[in-house]
Design a protein around this ligand. Structure first.
Ligand code: 26Q
Length: 819
């Protein structure tokens, strides 16, 4: 029986149809007799949103009643992509919607294509946050995500003559049906000003008189779990002018300037910084970080105080997760609130703060760690700088007792770096305060202990943990690869793998089964067709479905070695050109696909993109080569494109110089989709090998421990002939733009920091092994099945359970259907 407690909304196709038409008429304000695809999408999204809102109300009320310990996931970046398909699948009503729409004359898939991506993040770290939110909701954890509502997300990449140009991402221009603005959930955030010592009730205390006030307003985004009514919230903050301050300005009569300065507040959350270390030390970035931290901490403390009066209980009710150092000012902010505003004794406050934070780092090398110039911090956040000095003073005093007067080590471990420009080391601050420090793969966690945080590891070995990354199978199989999803459920005899991905190992026993192999190949073909259609529509290049689709999609970076891929492609091209017809008939045809964005100021990465286009131009127009080799660059690679590219890939490349990729998560998505990996033994690949066996992927290149020695050999080491020949072709202008590409060639033949030249031979061998395996469809298909079957460990469900148990100390809190 339908009771009000089950919610107001019904999910049968007729009810859904009514709801959609209601939203066409009253929300989109178009006639229900005449609306286009985009308007239909908007109405559809609003009807889904209604259902999400109902569930998130129920979830929040339930959490409030149970008052469990909650985790707050603090991240400056969330790469959510599209929400429609993911939401209706997690709500379990995709088919009902499809039916409702088809009766109205619309196709669900077509409307889903109308949605733009929410791209509030750069790459790996940001998409990881999104996958983890999905898992937290699905596993019923009492969790909140906190972030910034950037008005412009990651730049759009436009390629003109092979050169990357950046365009703004106007993602909010057509409205965002998924968010709810909470006009009453606002907090003032203070900046600049001075700190005064005052006597309050006979006690000395520090009072911060700010020079600028900005209001933070909450925008809530529902995150539905799969197979549960639980729907958690991603709360994003936007800057809004503060009325308090403005009243003063208006009263002094400067009406125009007062209005203009109001606009400044909105700038705080206006733009996402691209992942580019040269942006370090920029005031606006620091302002964003504090704005986000201050609003989130006020919100979290307000929620705690609604139900509790004693801060001793704070760590029993609150876990704070720092996604890299970007939100690490939260440590200082909680200290400030407890000491200055709640008037707790410093040591008591520090005791509490040290029980709250769990810190995950996504960087591998020391140069990647965030440092904030003291001058900048002192001017923007004067009280925070004092608190950091005090934290550091106590820490260093304690340290001296533990390790004596080893000044080198003391200065390495200090939170304050006394260099030409005095800076605050945010990673050191985080390690000192957090109760757990997590790496994102086994190798990364080892590197943290032996290199990056060696001194800290020796002091506090118990803090260091490994939380190998994972990705959500809901997005990366169910949403993006419906054919594979159906096949898996059929062969496993259940859909339970969608919540329990370990069940995928059940495929292993059928890996040789001729029927499964047949169906498996059909699924891959369907996905390759979808990708081929996209490639043709985007670039005009027609590709053969019989070719191996070989993909490398990720941010463009020297350490990720897209250049090695391109050199390999030139080598292949050169070989084909030098073959006679009978030799050519034995070549395994390839479609090489490269995609990814370069940070706007990263010249070398931009050159690599240009080289890719120049080589593609030559190869794709060479009739000697035909279908044997094609090269396409996919512009503006993003989450929704990944959903098309990944299922269609036969082979994917993960070429980072060993020791440089903290984890890598793209490989996990490819693995789940039955794509074979060609990879170095770096980051999470090492664990993937443990799960699927070295015989089921193509490994190559120097190992982590071999890298230092190879580097030491340095520029003098021999460039292999094949590599030298490829570089000569580029230098001689075979692909045009001769002068422009010289520096790329120099980098390989000179210092070769990323070891392209020394790994080249072994890279070609791995490529040859991939060709050989592809020529044997049975073997290839078996390897492909075993890849998917072994991908369970790389689900973010496993990662999140690890965090919940080993870092956050939280338990599931599931809304009961009878509630
Ligand atoms: C720093 C300062 C100023 C402006 C921006 C930044 C910034 C922004 C984003 C620095 C770094 C990032 C993103 C880093 C990132 O995505 N790291 C990747 O994290 C993945 C998830 O753990 C890993 O799989 C990858 O190996 C790692 O590179």
């Amino acid at each position: 029986m339908f009771g009000l407690m089950d919610g107001f909304l019904k999910n049968d196709p007729i009810s859904l149809q009514k709801d959609i038409l209601y939203h066409v008429e009253y929300t989109v304000a178009r006639s229900r007799f005449s609306f286009d695809d985009f308007e239909a999408y908007q109405a559809l999204a609003h009807s889904v949103r209604d259902r999400l809102i109902e569930r998130s109300h129920d979830t929040q009320l339930f959490f409030k009643r149970k008052d469990p310990k909650r985790v707050y996931f603090l991240s400056l970046e969330f790469l959510m992509g599209r929400s429609l398909s993911n939401s209706v699948i997690n709500l379990g009503i995709r088919d009902q919607y499809a039916e409702a729409l088809s009766q109205l004359g619309f196709e669900f898939e077509v409307l889903a294509e109308q949605e733009g991506d929410a791209a509030l993040g750069n790459g790996g770290l940001a998409r990881l946050s999104a996958c983890q939110m999905d898992s937290m909701a699905t596993l019923d954890y009492p969790a909140w995500g906190y972030g910034l509502r950037y008005q412009y997300g990651l730049f759009r990449q436009v390629i003109l003559d092979g050169i990357q140009h950046e365009q703004p991402d106007f993602w909010l221009n057509f409205g965002n049906p998924w968010e709810t603005e909470r006009v009453h959930v606002t907090y003032p955030v203070k900046f600049y000003g001075t700190v005064e010592e005052e006597i309050l009730n006979g006690e000395k205390c520090n009072v911060w008189n700010p020079g600028e006030l900005v209001e933070a307003v909450a925008y809530d985004n529902p995150i539905p779990g799969y197979g549960t009514r639980n729907t958690i919230t991603l709360r994003l903050w936007a800057g809004k002018p503060s009325d308090q301050r403005d009243m003063e300005a208006f009263n002094t009569g400067d009406y125009i300037n007062a209005l203009v300065s109001r606009q400044k507040a909105e700038n705080i959350s206006s733009v996402l910084y691209p992942d580019d270390r040269s942006y370090q030390g920029k005031e606006l970035r620091l302002k964003q970080q504090y704005f986000f931290v201050s609003a989130s901490i006020q919100d979290i403390i307000r929620r705690f105080k609604d139900a509790h009066s004693n801060f001793d209980e704070f760590p029993d009710k609150v876990a704070l997760q720092l996604n890299d150092t970007h939100p690490s000012l939260a440590i200082v902010e909680v200290m400030r609130v407890l000491v200055d505003e709640e008037h707790l004794d410093w040591h008591k406050a520090w005791d509490i703060v040290c029980k709250l934070f769990s810190f995950t780092i996504h960087a591998v090398i020391a140069e990647g760690l965030e440092k904030i110039p003291v001058d900048l911090l002192g001017s923007l956040l004067p009280r925070h700088l004092q608190i950091i000095y005090d934290i550091n003073f106590n820490f260093v005093e304690e340290l001296k007792k533990r390790i004596g007067l080893d000044y080198d080590r003391l200065s390495r471990m200090s939170i304050v770096e006394e260099a030409a420009v005095k800076t605050i080391r945010m990673a050191n601050l985080s390690v000192v305060c957090a109760h757990t420090v997590n790496g994102v793969s086994t190798v990364h966690s080892e590197l943290l202990k032996t290199k990056l945080f060696k001194d800290f590891y020796e002091l506090w070995p118990e803090k260091f943990q490994c939380m190998t990354n994972g990705v959500t199978q809901r997005r990366w199989i169910v949403v993006s690869n419906p054919s594979l999803c159906a096949l898996l459920s059929k062969w496993l005899g259940t859909e339970a793998w969608i919540r329990n991905v370990d069940l995928l190992t059940g495929l292993r026993e059928y890996a040789d089964d001729a029927d499964l192999q047949q169906e498996w190949m059909m699924v891959k073909k369907v996905n390759k067709m979808r990708l081929a259609e996209y490639i043709e529509a985007m670039s005009g290049v027609k590709v053969s479905l019989d070719a191996m689709f070989d993909v490398q999609t990720k941010r463009i970076h020297e350490y990720k070695r897209q250049l090695l891929n391109i050199l390999g492609i030139i080598h292949r091209y050169d070989c084909i050109k030098n073959m006679d017809k009978s030799q050519q008939s034995k070549v395994v045809p390839r479609v090489c696909i490269i995609g990814g964005k370069a940070a706007p100021g990263y010249e070398v990465a931009k050159k690599i993109i240009k080289l890719c286009h120049a080589v593609a131009e030559k190869i794709n127009n060479d009739s000697d080569v035909g279908d044997l080799l094609k090269l396409v660059f996919i512009p503006d690679y993003n989450v929704s494109l990944a959903e098309v590219v990944i299922p269609g890939a036969d082979l994917s490349q993960h070429l980072s110089t060993a020791g440089h990729e903290a984890s890598g998560t793209g490989s996990m998505k490819f693995l789940m989709n039955g794509c074979l990996l060609l990879a170095t033994e770096d980051g999470s690949t090492v664990e993937i090998v443990e799960e699927i066996g070295a015989e089921n992927l193509f490994l190559f290149g120097a190992k982590i421990h071999e890298v230092p020695e190879l580097r030491e050999k340095g520029p003098a080491h021999d460039v292999p002939l094949q590599c030298a020949r490829v570089l000569r072709l580029i230098r001689d202008g075979h692909f045009g733009f001769q002068d422009y590409f010289q520096s790329l060639c120099d980098s390989v033949e000179g210092e070769d920091f990323y070891l392209l030249s020394s790994d080249f031979g072994s890279y070609l061998e791995a490529q040859a092994a991939a060709d050989k395996a592809f020529a044997d469809p049975k073997k290839w298909t078996k390897m492909s099945i075993l890849s998917t079957a072994g991908s369970g460990r790389f689900s973010s469900d496993r990662t999140i359970r690890d965090y919940a148990e080993k870092s956050w100390g939280i338990e599931p809190c599931r809304f009961p259907s009878e509630f």
